[in-house]
Design a protein around this ligand. Structure first.
Ligand code: SAM
Length: 276
């Protein structure tokens, strides 16, 4: 049996006991190749030059940073998270699949994205809605001001957001992967504060599960609120990119287009690009 076979065999017997929740998160939630391409494409379109340096806020296992330094030998990345456990996981997985040169161009930094200072970069990213941990307007603006401070002259802050009427509902959505089921649980929503509590659960073929593998306590910010806070923090302008829809397949496409108005879909995902 080859090594590859062995690891595939191991994977197909995934259970709550044998699975690593960070691996499952990467497989089910993240699409870092898309995000690396998106950062490069949008920065080039805006500034007519290549984006070389990024800071990945709320980086978790710093997957984007790792794909970024692999994408080009001149690329550098700073990855910031305040959870030592996830940074240790990132470090261990990097040691298995990154060269010394790649590792030299990626700095894992333990710190609070709200206040941490790093070298100035071309792009700061905060994806998978992580900045929604800031529930007060003043705190959100403080975070945007910190991102602004850590950007080069023509730097871009890239964020994502979701919305639509489904975002205000308490619901569970399951997606089947080869060896596990991913479950997105919008457990509670308070219309008075727009506070949202969500969980990710993982379920396995043997009936076992990892309940509440991840918990998120967020404020569901609207696009106009986010844009207003970005301008107040000092950004010159903001653009919204909405996800495309394939009428024939009746599913979202991987294309995001700059828009100023769009349909009131039940659920949508957007990227927000703020220019310094
Ligand atoms: C939603 S997850 C990570 C999302 C990841 N960026 C992605 O694209 O999938 C949120 C991460 O943010 C980190 N985090 C939350 N608040 C933070 C803060 N104020 N500063 C730094 N990291 C923070 C958590 O430790 C966790 O690893």
């Amino acid at each position: 049996m080859t090594l590859k076979n062995l690891s595939m065999k191991k994977k197909s017997h995934l259970t709550a006991k044998t699975a690593n929740k960070y691996d499952l998160y990467e497989e089910s939630v993240q699409n870092v190749d898309f995000e690396v391409e998106f950062i490069s494409k949008i920065y080039k379109r805006k500034n007519k030059i290549k984006c070389k340096s990024i800071r990945e806020d709320f980086c978790a296992s710093a997957k984007i940073s790792s794909a970024w330094v692999k994408d080009n030998k001149n690329n550098i990345a700073y990855a910031v998270d305040f959870d030592q456990k996830i940074l240790d996981f990132a470090k261990t997985s990097f040691s298995k699949n990154m060269s010394k040169d790649e590792l030299d161009r990626l700095k894992l930094i333990k710190g609070d994205s709200l206040t941490k200072q790093t070298a100035k970069v071309d792009c700061v990213s905060a994806f998978n809605f992580s900045y929604w941990v800031f529930k007060e307007r003043s705190e959100l603006i403080k975070y945007f001001k910190n991102a602004y401070k850590n950007l080069n002259k023509k730097g871009l802050l890239m964020l994502d957001a979701f919305g639509g009427y489904e975002a205000h509902q308490e619901l569970e959505e399951k997606t089947q992967y080869k060896n596990f089921t991913y479950c997105w649980d919008q457990s509670s929503f308070n219309p008075i504060t727009s506070e949202l509590t969500c969980y990710i659960h993982f379920e396995f073929k043997d009936g076992s599960s990892i309940k509440k593998a991840f918990e998120y306590n967020w404020r569901l910010w609207s696009l106009p609120e986010i844009r207003e806070c970005l301008l107040e923090a000092g950004f010159k302008s903001t653009d919204i990119y909405m996800q495309g829809w394939d009428d024939e397949k009746e599913e979202e496409t991987e294309e995001f287009s700059k828009m100023t108005s769009c349909d009131a879909d039940p659920g949508w995902i957007a990227y927000i690009i703020a220019s310094k």
